[in-house]
Design a protein around this ligand. Structure first.
Ligand code: IPD
Ligand code: CA
Ligand code: CA
Length: 264
């Protein structure tokens, strides 16, 4: 492993573990919840964790740029951008529903090169590095090999803060619910993508996602041998696209012919 790879992995692991400590310390306790807009919520922990992650990254990579869900965009001189979702699945976290994670993607010249997703409750650290594969707790992972929708376990999400995305996706759900073996709606897009990468899910799709939900997970799926495309069948662009279809290549092809979205 090159020096850069070793450094990035170390920083990602440390940032995720520190985030996990704050998450677990407050899990099961009453949260201070504030509204960010229409059915869009944030806890104190989201903000504290994001600041902590940025602090950890800056110790090793002081010139970094950031795209953070809670602290926004910040531009620096270097070509490295860290895309941070401190808690993906905040609603689950607020309700003590055990499905959420921390997600950090690393872009170099705007291209995804590294990604980490950490499920602190299960102590599962998902890590991918471009052209070097995807791993779960150090063990190589791969997408599933299920070929037919009728055998597949799928997952999706509904963005209720933006009603048009959710409405469109209800039509997609209606079409797919009787074609798949079953469909989950787990409430953490990043962890859903990690589950596709390790073959627990055969496919995941959602409309209206942001770069902090997708950056690490997209790389995890691709490096695990899967595909991630937008609603017109092109390779998913983390910085531009909103509609995401992921899975093994067979399932992605079948999902593409079913899923419709207003926005790519
Ligand atoms: C949300 C989760 C959810 C998805 C929403 C996201 P947040 O992220 O990933 O599964 O349906 O679109 O906004 O707000 O919990 O970080
Ligand atoms: Ca998110
Ligand atoms: Ca979040």
């Amino acid at each position: 492993m090159s020096n850069m790879n070793i450094k990035v992995k170390k920083v990602l692991k440390l940032a995720c573990l520190e985030a996990g400590k704050i998450i677990l310390k407050n899990y099961g306790k009453k949260k201070n919840v504030k509204s960010k807009g229409n059915n869009d919520w944030v806890t104190n922990q989201d903000i504290i964790i994001e600041k902590k992650i940025i602090q950890i990254i800056k110790r090793t990579f002081p010139d970094s740029s950031f795209i953070g869900e809670e602290t926004g965009f910040s531009n620096a001189s270097s070509n490295i951008t860290w895309v941070i979702d401190p808690i993906d699945g905040t609603n689950n976290y607020i309700h003590d529903y055990p499905f959420f994670c921390t997600s950090i993607g690393v872009l170099i010249n705007n291209k995804i090169q590294y990604g980490a997703i950490y499920d602190s409750l299960r102590d599962e650290f998902f890590y991918a590095s471009k052209k070097r594969g995807s791993y779960l707790n150090g063990k190589r992972i791969y997408v599933s090999n299920i070929k037919n929708l009728s055998d597949s376990l799928l997952c999706t999400g509904f963005i209720t803060s933006k009603k048009s995305y959710a409405k469109n996706n209800i039509s997609n759900f209606r079409k797919l619910v009787f074609k798949a073996r079953s469909i989950r709606r787990d409430g953490s897009a990043a962890l859903d993508l990690a589950y596709v990468a390790c073959g627990r899910l055969d496919g995941f799709w959602e409309l209206g996602l942001n770069s902090w939900d997708t950056s690490a997970g997209v790389l995890l799926v691709e490096e695990a041998g899967g595909k991630v495309i937008n609603s017109v069948g092109r390779r998913f662009d983390i910085l531009k696209n909103k509609s995401l279809i992921s899975g093994n290549k067979h399932i992605v092809k079948k999902l593409l012919s079913e899923i419709k979205a207003d926005e790519i």
